[in-house]
Design a protein around this ligand. Structure first.
Ligand SMILES: Nc1ncnc2c1ncn2[C@@H]1O[C@H](COP(=O)(O)OP(=O)(O)OP(=O)(O)O)[C@@H](O)[C@H]1O
Ligand SMILES: [Mg+2]
Length: 292
């Protein structure tokens, strides 16, 4: 038994050496936040990363909780191309859920496990500057669809992340951006994580979600693709293999890798300590996106 433990630690050594002092952008899906225990082990992993000399930068989503709050206000959630159509009220609910609830809970949990969390949004120090996304053309629809207050990222100013992470804090970022007029914009959390990873020159982008990885047949967990090339992405969206929230997720991974991030991963956050398994063991989990 004890030999096994030693082996586990020694297997991690090359990874600990490689990742020391590097930035890892970790996106946590709103999809796995309802399970308290899962969230607790996820935050433990983050704190562990920090204590072995890695700089984790967290970006979080909030999809299911936003949908649930909207339903309580009698509003229906509408998604186009995996993006939430965001009218004035939806934006207000998204801000409440993301900033008021999820961000502050994550920061508290980091503190509980002995780390220093700091809550940020895209508004702090103009971290994420965006503009309203143009209406998008959807097959079968006559006119382009206006997504409302959905943001398209224009610029990332990562200074506030460098300052806080450099002092040992774990930044926790809500994907609410600002435009030049001071309006708030709703940005998909994976999209935000991807551009932040590029701006920081992160080593990896890891998207922690509620599926085993990108699957060839979504209903069959045995069809997870362990790695695929950037050139496969468009074809998989056209063939409707990749749909819904997986579209902006994979797109963010692809852009990040094209933008210089070494690798991007989609991992199953329902599996306890998925982050540690991905980073520190020889058998990675989930789907990896490579250049090529
Ligand atoms: N080919 C595919 N393989 C796996 N999952 C897919 C695929 N196509 C679509 N999906 C869907 O993508 C979902 C994950 O994206 P989703 O946006 O719902 O979650 P999230 O990004 O983790 O959470 P949030 O958006 O709240 O941050 C899966 O639950 C699955 O239903
Ligand atoms: Mg999503």
């Amino acid at each position: 038994m004890s030999v096994k433990r030693e082996q586990v630690l020694i297997e991690a050594l090359p990874y600990l050496r490689e990742f020391y002092d590097s930035i890892m952008v970790i996106k946590i899906g709103g999809s796995i936040m309802s399970d308290r225990e899962v969230l607790d082990t996820f935050v433990q992993d983050l704190v562990l990363l920090r204590y072995v000399g890695i700089h984790p930068v967290v970006v979080h989503g909030g999809g299911p909780e936003i949908s649930e709050k909207m339903a309580r206000f009698g509003k229906k959630s509408v998604f186009v191309g995996g993006l939430r159509v965001t009218d004035e009220e939806t934006l207000e609910i998204a801000r409440m859920v993301l900033l008021g609830n999820i961000n502050s809970s994550l920061v508290s949990l980091i503190g509980k496990h002995g780390g220093k969390g700091i809550g940020l949004s895209g508004k702090d120090g103009q971290l994420i500057v965006a503009r309203k996304k143009a209406p998008i053309v959807v097959a079968g629809e006559e006119a382009p669809i206006d997504l409302g207050w959905v943001g398209e990222v224009v610029r990332v100013n990562p200074e506030i992340i460098m300052i806080t992470a450099g002092k040992g804090y774990i930044p926790v970022i809500s994907p609410i951006a600002v435009d030049g007029e001071g309006n708030n914009l709703n940005v998909n959390a994976d999209t935000a994580a991807g551009v932040i990873a590029i701006a920081l020159g992160a080593k990896k982008l890891i998207s922690v979600t509620d599926v085993e990885g990108v699957k060839l047949r979504p209903e069959d967990p045995n069809t997870v693709i362990s790695s695929f090339r950037i050139s496969d992405f468009r074809r998989m969206v056209d063939e409707k293999v990749i749909t819904g929230g997986m579209i902006p997720k994979v797109e963010a991974c692809v852009r990040a890798v094209e933008g210089g991030v070494q690798s991007a991963h989609i991992v199953d956050g329902r599996r306890p300590h998925a982050l540690l398994l991905e980073l520190f063991t020889d058998t990675g989990v989930g789907t990896m996106i490579e250049r090529g």
